[in-house]
Design a protein around this ligand. Structure first.
Ligand SMILES: Nc1ncnc2c1ncn2[C@@H]1O[C@H](COP(=O)(O)OP(=O)(O)OP(=O)(O)O)[C@@H](O)[C@H]1O
Ligand SMILES: O=C(O)C1=C[C@@H](O)[C@@H](O)[C@H](O)C1
Ligand SMILES: [Mg+2]
Length: 167
């Protein structure tokens, strides 16, 4: 098999549904954010704070391209599909977009301003802006779109599996 990519906004459930899907498929699971943190030995919020977002995006690009060239389910960072090289790589692998409305994303992640891009200005307003800008990108890159609103992670993993079998 090749990689299978999960994309979507913060709170869409990429890190939650990814392992459930990988278990059903009997393939490895990797989370790009987690790999970056373990290789860097620091949290993403600290990479943003210490080095700035552009430096984070370079790290993210390199790790994402490496993992997409491997096998198994790969959960990307929420902003990764906006990097052109990553968008190009996504065109070569099955890509699943976990769609979430701003209201549900806020409910799921709480009012956690610890997430670097959601700091300041209020989580809800920032997420709405971010979703407006990113939704067309997610939609364009997705082979499969899964509506996650009001659905449990296990049911979503089953839905992705069914959609993959239908292709
Ligand atoms: N379908 C769901 N229904 C309810 N809660 C969910 C669902 N999916 C995920 N969650 C919860 O929402 C929170 C965010 O989920 P998760 O970390 O998987 O999102 P993510 O897409 O990986 O976000 P990020 O881009 O920030 O890494 C977690 O607390 C998780 O338990
Ligand atoms: O939405 C984003 O741009 C981000 C989402 C997270 O997955 C992390 O990759 C980082 O916090 C940036
Ligand atoms: Mg995640």
């Amino acid at each position: 098999m090749t990689a299978l990519a999960l994309i979507g906004a913060p709170g869409s459930g990429k890190s939650t549904v990814g392992p459930l899907l990988a278990a059903r498929l009997g393939v490895p699971f990797v989370d790009v954010d987690a790999v970056i943190e373990s290789r860097q030995g620091r949290e993403i919020r600290d990479i943003f704070a210490d080095d700035g977002e552009p430096a984070f995006r370079v790290l993210e690009r390199d790790v994402t391209l490496e993992l997409l060239a491997g096998d198994g389910v790969v959960s990307l960072g929420g902003g990764a599909p906006l990097t052109p090289e990553i968008a190009d790589a996504l065109a070569a692998v099955p890509t699943v977009w976990l769609q979430v409305d701003a209201r549900n994303a806020v409910k799921r992640i709480g009012l956690d301003e610890g997430r670097p891009l959601l700091a300041g200005g209020g989580v809800r307003a920032t997420l709405i802006k971010l979703l407006n800008a990113r939704t067309p990108v997610y939609r364009r890159l997705a082979d499969i779109e899964i509506d996650t609103n009001g659905r449990e992670p296990d049911a979503l993993a089953d839905a992705v599996l069914a959609a993959l079998e239908e292709r």
